[in-house]
Design a protein around this ligand. Structure first.
Ligand SMILES: [Zn+2]
Length: 461
């Protein structure tokens, strides 16, 4: 592996933009280092009065070279805050550095990988390259062990305000070995409202050496607050093409061409899922179960059993994933608390241990719920895509199917049997099911209601 951005599949434009920004950031950091010591102290001591504007001013003085006047950097899309930005942000040249970034893309698009690569490029120690992939900084950032790069992964259903306050405090410190103190927030859409507000506060008045890299599915206000989004420079990731994914599966994962082609064609642009489908028979069986629901739902005699089977299998898959992680974590915690081991005096766990373990169990339970929901959601997305495939067939549209391997078997017969209106109603029923699941309705009830609707729609002439 050479340059860190080589890991991004089908994201050439994004890689270029981030490389430019990291190059600019390096010059800015050098300028901050070389600046009068008292000025640097001032920046650190009074972040409130010397936030982005001062850094931007420094950046501009640093970038009085012709590169800034290059029309390529006059990106109107960047200077225009857009209709979803009520508060105009400080206009920063495209090639310059910004304190807060927002990486968006659907799950599996590699948004957190992109953020991590950018963090590596920002810290990279190579004299000429940014994100060389080989220096100690690049290697440790990519392994998530760099002392000045924090990764925040909300493990449960949301990230609490307390953990966010801790993070914000730590982020305000000056970097140790790196150029910047970087905080990567994966799944920023899972921040609680208070946690998002705590984050917004620091993003509005950022310490001079701190960079926030947020990741979210989209810029929809459901995913990220409008104010927070307006403070960030937005990096939308493209969905990689089938050919891009196929190439990665063959070149990087060593899969054979047939398996790679099939997995790339049915994964919905999600590389991690393509890899799982190609290598894990359980994942393939789960997908088949979800898609089989389309046929089962048309008959009362099979609908509810199939619905139950789907919920159960999502549950089982989630349990398997969680159990593995939970066990290792609990052991680790017990050892850390001195409850493990066999030496003298370690038989009784010290006071407070039970509380800490209970807290851990609570977190694990919340995470298991989330994994279960994500797994079921994935199955529903697959099912909706199958109805969409049938709709495409029945309209005679020239669109690539989402499940080409099920076209002859399910989508084409379904298109012959049902009208476009009926198929559209089925897509809607699946999407409604996803929505109510998101509002904490018990999975069994939500999926039962969905198959009831689909059954009624399909039987209505
Ligand atoms: Zn490097």
């Amino acid at each position: 592996m050479t340059n860190v951005f080589d890991r991004l599949t089908g994201q050439r434009a994004v890689a270029q933009e981030l490389t430019d920004a990291a190059t600019a950031a390096r010059a800015l950091a050098a300028r901050l280092d070389a600046g009068p010591a008292d000025a640097a102290e001032d920046l650190a001591a009074h972040p409130a009065s010397t936030g982005l504007d001062d850094v931007a001013a420094l950046a501009e003085s640093e970038f009085s070279d012709p590169a800034v006047d290059d029309p390529a950097f006059d990106d109107p899309a960047f200077d225009d805050p857009g209709p979803d930005n009520p508060q105009p942000t400080t206009a920063v040249p495209r090639a310059s550095m910004t304190h807060a970034w927002l990486f968006t893309g659907p799950p599996g698009s590699g948004r957190s990988v992109a953020a991590t690569c950018f963090a590596a490029a920002l810290q990279c120690q190579h004299p000429d390259l940014v994100g060389c992939g080989e220096c100690r900084a690049c290697v440790t950032v990519m392994a998530q062990t760099h002392a000045d790069v924090r990764h925040i992964v909300p493990q449960g259903l949301s990230l609490s305000v307390d953990s966010m306050r801790e993070i914000v405090q730590a982020a305000a410190r000056r970097p140790g070995t790196g150029r910047w103190q970087i905080v990567v927030v994966e799944d920023a859409d899972r921040l609680t409202e208070q946690a998002a507000n705590a984050l917004l506060k620091v993003v509005e008045e950022p310490p001079s050496r701190t960079v926030f890299l947020l990741c979210a599915p989209s810029v929809d206000p459901e995913d990220i607050s409008v104010t927070l989004r307006s403070r960030c420079r937005h990096i939308p990731l493209a969905t990689p093409t089938v050919a891009d994914i196929e190439r990665v599966l063959i070149d990087r994962d060593g899969l054979d061409a047939d398996a790679a082609r099939w997995a790339a064609s049915v994964c919905g642009g999600h590389i991690g899922r393509a890899r799982r489908l190609a290598t894990d028979p359980e994942a393939r069986a789960q997908r088949d179960k979800a898609l089989a629901l389309a046929r089962a739902a048309t008959r009362d005699s099979t609908a509810y059993a199939a619905a139950e089977e789907l919920v159960k299998s999502a549950d089982a898959a989630a349990k398997a994933i969680s159990a593995e992680r939970d066990e290792a974590e609990t052991e680790e915690m017990k050892t850390a608390l001195g409850a493990g081991g066999t030496g003298k005096g370690t038989a009784r766990p010290p006071r407070g241990t039970a509380g800490a373990l209970k807290e851990l169990e609570k977190r694990q339970k919340s995470r298991a719920t989330r994994v279960g929901r994500d797994t079921l959601d994935r199955a529903l997305v697959d099912l909706a895509a199958l109805y969409r495939d049938a709709l495409v067939v029945s309209m005679g549209a020239q669109v690539t199917p989402m499940h080409p391997d099920k076209a002859a078997d399910i989508a084409v017969p379904m298109a012959a049997y049902a009208s476009p209106e009926q198929l559209l109603r089925c897509v809607e029923a699946v999407l409604e099911c996803r929505e109510v699941l998101d509002k904490n309705v018990k999975p069994k009830f939500a999926v039962d209601a969905m198959v009831a609707t689909i059954g009624a729609v399909m039987r209505s002439a």
